[in-house]
Design a protein around this ligand. Structure first.
Ligand SMILES: [Zn+2]
Length: 470
């Protein structure tokens, strides 16, 4: 029995020794891991979205350490004695034995500019990124850094208004001549959400520019109309320049739309616009055409304006078609169907009615930029007269020009009709400046063009007197 008991006891002693050896080995191994299994040095980069720091330059920071993960990423700005921590992120690294979560990559953006660092001065600024990985007591902490140094520019372009007697009216146009410094990359007139770009003044000094601009039909005062010039880092100069503003309140109108009217216009438009989503209901389809399709068609006109030629293609007042005006510019229309208000839209052109299929004269010399079907406008011609000024002719029964044609003033471009969102035969005529509908009354008026536009532009717009267009 003793032997029998003794033998396992002996063996048991062997196991304990083995276990002890194993523990020591594991301990040594763990000690080695904890001492030597440090993470790698992170990779780190910082890239700016602009060539300088101005109002707000965005720096994109990337850091990575796949082995044990990152422990910290810090962004520091320095300029002379100024040192400012812009961002400090900390992470839990994976333990040396390789179990547990880790952050192997990090990517974020830091904005630097006068807006968030008011102490910035002109001169160079350095943005430095410091990233750390997981270290051990023996091997220390793996680190990496990256930095970028950029000039700080805080002075906006110089901006000097050269025109006097600028008298715009609500829904109307005007022109301003100004001079800008060479650092300007974007200048012109801002009127609320609308921007009217400036162009070099033909025959002017190298720094002289001009902008045709409009006050939107729905803007009742000129407080949001200003001349602006911005450099490549968003330093913006602004100047008020309007000498007198004339409000022209909306006319309002009520339109009753019967089922018969809807049945007349909805199917004919749907058959021409296959992309239109059929709402399966006559009234819903009518409202969608009147609102959504109108909006989409008007957006096409804004896009078209971006292709406008930088030249005056005309030199005489605009021709008005000899017809009766049955609706004028900027009419706020409320639509009713069976005593229910179904929609409200602004009518932003002149409706001119003559005999059926009357020939339509080009309002002035220009190039055809659209000749085809355009939703609510039906068969449509759009002429570009240059510098963002365009004229639109809608509801045509016949188009006799094609895109790219240069047409002369008063040349026939098509015939009136009732295509699109129209009942009777008429011409829908709109003048547009950079896609914004403006009143054509000014452009039809030779005196207005002379006083408000040509006088300021001088030799840049050599005007001849138009015949029978007063
Ligand atoms: Zn119309």
């Amino acid at each position: 029995m003793t032997e029998l008991l003794g033998t396992p006891k002996k063996r048991g002693g062997g196991i304990w020794k083995l276990l002890l050896a194993l523990v020591i080995l594991v301990g040594l191994g763990a000690g080695a891991v904890v001492s030597f299994r440090a993470g790698d040095a992170p990779t780190v980069s910082v890239v700016a979205d602009k060539a300088a720091v101005g109002k707000a330059t965005v720096f994109t920071v990337n850091a990575a350490e796949p082995k044990r993960g990152l422990t910290s990423v810090k962004v520091v700005l320095t300029q002379g004695a100024l040192s400012k921590e812009l961002e400090a992120k900390a992470y839990l690294a994976q333990p040396p034995w390789g179990l547990g979560p880790k952050t192997t990559t990090e990517s974020f953006q830091v904005t630097v500019g006068k807006a968030n660092v008011p102490e910035l001065r002109e001169g160079d600024v350095t943005v430095q990124v410091l990233a750390e990985g997981a270290g051990t007591w023996l091997k220390g902490t793996p680190k990496a850094e990256a930095q970028v140094t950029l000039p700080v520019r805080l002075t906006p372009p110089t901006l000097d208004v050269r025109s006097e007697q600028i008298y715009p009216a609500q829904g109307g146009c005007e022109v301003v001549i100004y001079a800008v410094g060479p650092s300007s990359v974007r200048d012109g007139v801002q009127a609320g959400a609308w921007f009217f770009p400036g162009y070099p003044l033909p025959g002017g000094a190298p720094d002289e520019r001009f902008a045709l601009f409009a006050v939107p039909y729905d803007m009742g005062d000129d407080s949001q109309v200003k001349l602006v010039a911005a450099d490549d880092v968003d330093n913006v100069a602004e100047a008020a320049f309007v000498d007198r503003f004339t409000p022209r309140p909306f006319a309002t109108d009520t339109i009753r739309v019967s089922k018969q009217v809807m049945e007349k216009v909805v199917p004919k438009i749907l058959s021409r616009v296959p992309s239109f989503e059929d709402r399966g209901d006559l009234v819903k389809n009518y409202v969608a055409i009147n609102s959504e399709m109108r909006k989409a068609n008007n957006q096409v006109l804004v896009e078209l304006s971006k292709r406008s030629r930088p030249e005056f293609m005309w030199n005489a007042p605009f021709v008005q078609m000899n017809a009766k005006a049955v609706s004028s510019f900027a009419d706020r229309r409320t639509y009713y169907h069976e005593d229910q208000k179904i929609d409200q839209q602004d009518h932003l052109g002149f409706d001119l009615a003559s005999t059926k299929r009357a020939p339509i004269p080009a309002s002035n010399r220009g190039v055809v930029v659209l000749a085809g079907y355009l939703g609510i406008y039906g068969n449509t011609v759009v002429l570009d007269h240059g510098y963002g000024l365009m004229s639109l002719y809608g509801h045509l029964s016949e188009i006799s020009v094609k895109e790219g044609d240069v047409v002369e003033r008063a040349q026939t471009i098509g015939r009136t009709g009732a295509t699109g969102l129209a009942l009777g035969d008429h011409l829908h005529f709109t003048m547009l400046l950079h896609g914004l509908p403006v009143t054509p009354l000014e452009w039809w008026d030779g005196h207005w063009i002379q006083d408000r536009i040509a006088k300021k532009l001088g030799p840049a717009l050599p005007l001849v007197s138009g015949e029978g267009t007063e």
